[in-house]
Design a protein around this ligand. Structure first.
Ligand SMILES: [Zn+2]
Length: 138
C-alpha cells in the first residue's frame, strides 16, 4: 500500500497536467525507503516522448547526490501516461528494477479510471497496490 498526503499527490498531478501531452516523470521522496513520500522531485523527461520516459542521467545523478547528503530515500518513481490508462507498459515493467520502490502512474486521459495507480514490480511480475490518501500537507 502507498500512503500519500493529498498535497504530494496534487503536486504530482499538477506536474503530469503541465507536461501533457509529453509524459511527465519524477520521484517521490521520503525519509525511509518504501515509506511515506514527503515531497515530489519533478524530473525532465529525457525522451521527450508521448509514450515513453527516461531520466536525464546527469539530472538523476544530481538528485541522487542530494538524497545521499540529506539521508532521504526514493520512495516511488512516478510517470504519466498521456494516451493510455494508468497501467505499466512493457517498457515500464522492464525499467522497474527495484521491488521495494512504488511505481506510480498518472493517466492524464480525461476518461482515465482511476487516474492514479500504484504498482510493485518484482522480476517482471506486476502487482497493483492500493493508494491511501492522507489529508493535509506532508
Ligand atoms: Zn509508462
Amino acid at each position: 500500500m502507498l500512503n500519500i498526503h493529498s498535497s504530494v499527490l496534487e503536486a504530482m498531478l499538477e506536474h503530469a497536467q503541465a507536461d501533457h501531452p509529453i509524459e511527465a516523470c519524477g520521484l517521490l521522496v521520503g525519509t525511509v525507503s518504501g515509506g511515506k513520500p514527503l515531497r515530489v522531485v519533478p524530473m525532465r523527461n529525457a525522451s521527450n516522448s508521448k509514450d515513453a520516459f527516461s531520466f536525464d542521467s546527469r539530472e538523476y545523478l544530481g538528485v541522487w547526490r542530494e538524497l545521499e547528503a540529506s539521508g532521504d530515500a526514493v520512495v516511488a518513481i512516478y510517470h504519466s501516461h498521456t494516451a493510455s490508462q494508468a497501467y505499466p507498459s512493457r517498457e515500464d515493467v522492464l525499467f522497474a528494477q527495484d521491488p521495494n520502490i512504488h511505481h506510480v502512474i498518472v493517466s492524464t486521459l480525461p476518461d482515465a479510471s482511476p487516474a492514479v495507480r500504484s504498482f510493485r514490480v518484482n522480476q517482471g511480475v506486476v502487482v497493483e497496490e492500493s493508494i491511501r490518501l492522507i489529508s493535509g500537507g506532508a
